[in-house]
Design a protein around this ligand. Sequence first.
Ligand code: PLP
Length: 403
Amino acid sequence: PSFFAAIPPAPADGILKLSVLSKADANPSKVDLGVGAYRTDDGQPWVLPVVQEAERRLASEPSANHEYLAVGGLPALTSGAQKLIFGADSPALAEGRVYTIQTISGTGANMVGAVFLKQFKPQRDAAIYISRPTWGNHRSLFQTAGHEVREYRYCNYESLDLDIDGMLADLRAAPPSQVVVLHACAHNPTGIDPTEAQWEAIADVMAERGHLPFFDCAYQGFATGDVDRDAFAIRLFAARGFELLVAESFAKNMGLYGERTGCLHVVVANAEQLPAVSSQLNRVSRATISTASAYGAKIAGTVLQDPALYREWLDNMQTMSARIKAMRAALRSRLEALHTPGDWSHVTSQIGMFSFTGLSTTQVAALRDQYHLYMTDDGRISVAGLNSHNVDYVARAIDAVVR
Ligand code: PLP
């Protein structure tokens, strides 16, 4: 008898399955629109020039070593990350009401927050509310940490825009003092973000119901090219006096995917609460990862602390977001030129890495089987996978399956 014999296989991860299928397809026309990583116009990964420069500097430091970081992480990273998220002039920072701990990228930040909240959530029976739809890992992550997970409406699947009434109604109908996961910008998978006025309305309901906001911020600066604009929602909630959590990832905006660089920020009401909260977060992190990864943190810390490198980074993010916006425009204009049935304006109104195309599962399968075009079953494409060499082909293939 085996201890392991009764274990059923875990459900397949859609994205990982897609990547296996795509890798196995040797057809030269193949286009991979599944991968959630930036690609150049030649379809290649991009090491940001500013990251290359930071790496050169790190390599030439005579005292460079591979020692452990402190449990809280690298101060150059955590202090720079705080200013990036909340703004250098943030009252919460000035008042000493923010603790930041380095994490294993955005996933680890979500997980440290999840484990911390399992023990110290606003109400013993509080659930975690996630948007429908959301990043494929949210449900599993919060459930793995032992939470009950519920959904609030988010996407209007007919019009492919925000179901703001449904969202507000669900947040209002939830019991008081729940934890609500909000995408700070560039909502994954839909690319649909609330407007500034809608964020105000969301904040009103959250305040009314006493919910705790847990922001997931995986695309700051990558979405619009403007780090301040992409932090609008977080800064609005902070300015309105909310206590909140922010999971921050440097995977996309610094191209540090595999280096696993990120932070969790927690804003508390009174600075006196910070020693207890920070020590508990350190304890959770120590118990799960001991200390975070050093190399990516040194790169990001170098970029965040050096004014010239910081400016160069802003430029590098402009390059990425501008290419993605150009590809959105190119895809939309080609579909419109082909008179492809349907309204394609959502391709350019959506933001960030992803576009929710509205293609059905059947159309997605036809695109994969007949045109070697890979996207997730929900019709989400990674716009970063489009380039000047394949966008015509992609538009013609979509046109063919939609007719
Ligand atoms: N949260 C969201 C919404 C994401 O889209 C992602 C990445 O796709 C992450 C978190 C976590 O990414 P990472 O752990 O690579 O930083």
